[in-house]
Design a protein around this ligand. Sequence first.
Ligand SMILES: [Zn+2]
Ligand SMILES: [Zn+2]
Length: 349
Amino acid sequence: MKKMLAAVFHKDEKSGGEIKLEEVDIPRIKKGDHVLIEVKASGICGTDLKILKGGHPATDNTILGHEFVGVVKEIGENIIDLKIGDKIVVDPNEKCGYCINCRRGLSNLCEYMALGTTFGIFQNGGFAKYCVLPRNALFKLPDSIDMIAASLIEPLSCAVHCHNIADVKESDNVVIIGAGPMGLIIESVIRKHPIKKLISIEIDQWRGQKALELGADHWINPKTQDVKQEIQNITNGEGADVIIDAVGIADTFEMATAIWAPGARLICFGQDYRAEAKIRPNDIVRYQRKIMGSYIGYPEDFLDAIELIANKVIEVDKLITAKIHLDEIITAGFNIMKEKKCVKIITLP
Ligand SMILES: [Zn+2]
Ligand SMILES: [Zn+2]
């Protein structure tokens, strides 16, 4: 059987685990709705780092990589709308279509996903030359799309979802807490819409500068500045109308509830299942504020993210820090990620 290079996760109950480069069998189509994809680009995600540190579950002996694009190499007998050579992007979160959440239009909360089905986390993903996926996990891309740029579609779809949940208006002062890769991608989406002020809150110097480069009007560093006072100054005492917490710890949640304007929307985006924060319910009631979660996205958010990339609306060059070969994923990929001086790193097989 023919072999290919792949980055495989090996679980360790104590430390989380490690990723190893291995020669594995090229996967084969087993069902009528399967498609064999030749991977063209695959982004490294913060979740991949979390998996290696034990902060996110994943299946032992799985090929990681859940943000990837490729071309169709082979199709199962039931596929009627894809042909060899078509460009595709993968939605790694496969939906069942029949659970109560799917049928209520909340497919991002599909009960089937809770079983641990995500491609590139619980099933084989994109850090390899080939991958077999079911048709319903694939979105067809326009022929003219740049495939490296297209590898941002998956995280971008989550940012589009967040932007829609926030329902951002022209008269809003928008604050994004955390300028990690997702905070910055959300910023890129919001920046494309007319708003009053866009403010980034970030403790890291490199990331704060990056937030400014991507179009934030202000960067506040909570290490050296009084966040509440700075927000007051920038917004003429109005406060933040939309706050996106792209970190998700108690400190950032409580920071958000210290700067929110009357009528504000707080969108919880960053995840840390251990976090517990304090809140005064009356601050919500008396000033009619909203606290909302934004979790991955709907299929329609994928469609919008595809258009944003295909039409070159998003400045991908500012979001892609490095393009590396798959065999450098540990040395150049994960090591740069750990130093935090990067937005997205894209691996090419
Ligand atoms: Zn991701
Ligand atoms: Zn479902």
